[in-house]
Design a protein around this ligand. Structure first.
Ligand SMILES: [Zn+2]
Length: 195
């Protein structure tokens, strides 16, 4: 089966790669923000960097898991909104030197949050689609297996019917059990008994 570029672009793998990149970006943004916030609490740069990096990665991975598994329809919106506000803080929009800069950073923040939200939504839909395709394939295989088993059972039955009317000595097939029994008495291949 040949996959076209379009197939590859719309595949679950392509979406997964985009989601991973998004989560890495999310983790970096969160880490930068945490690094700033932790400045008065952790004075050592290296420890602050580790704390911010680990927390940022854990939180962003957690957000992805929650947005994929939580059945509450409002969760993805809440996450997108938080992402938008986080970006506003990362870009320091509230201390922007001019209104023009604030609008630019604000637009980029909510644009990135919107794309992230859409990406997670598409990923969740693709994942569900892939799961249901897998289930369908499994049920098709099960059905085929049941049909083959049925054919096998029929063949076994035919074989046992043939065995019932076949002479065990000369292996000749007769039309009925009675005809076989009549033949068996005088079958030339029948071994002669010793006693
Ligand atoms: Zn015979």
């Amino acid at each position: 089966m040949n996959y076209t570029l379009e197939d590859k672009m719309t595949s679950l793998r392509a979406v997964s790669i985009a989601v991973i990149l998004y989560i890495v970006g999310y983790a970096l943004k969160l880490s930068v923000l945490l690094f700033e916030i932790l400045t008065p609490i952790i004075t050592s740069d290296i420890f602050r960097l580790i704390a911010a990096g680990v927390s940022g990665t854990a939180l962003s991975t957690g957000l992805l898991i929650i947005s994929l598994n939580d059945s509450n329809k409002l969760t993805p919106y809440a996450i997108a909104l938080m992402d938008g506000f986080m970006l506003l803080m990362v870009f320091d929009v509230f201390n922007a030197p001019s209104l023009n800069d604030a609008i630019k950073s604000g637009f980029i923040s909510f644009f990135m949050a919107f794309i992230g939200y859409q990406l997670i939504t598409v990923f969740a839909a693709k994942f569900e689609q892939s799961k249901s395709e897998m289930k369908r394939t499994i049920s098709e295989i099960n059905l085929e297996c049941t049909q083959k088993q049925l054919v096998l059972d029929n063949l076994k039955q035919v074989l046992s019917e043939i065995e019932q009317i076949t002479c065990e000595y000369c292996e000749k097939e007769y039309k009925s059990v009675n005809a076989l029994n009549a033949h068996k008495g005088r079958c030339k291949n029948k071994p002669t008994s010793v006693n």
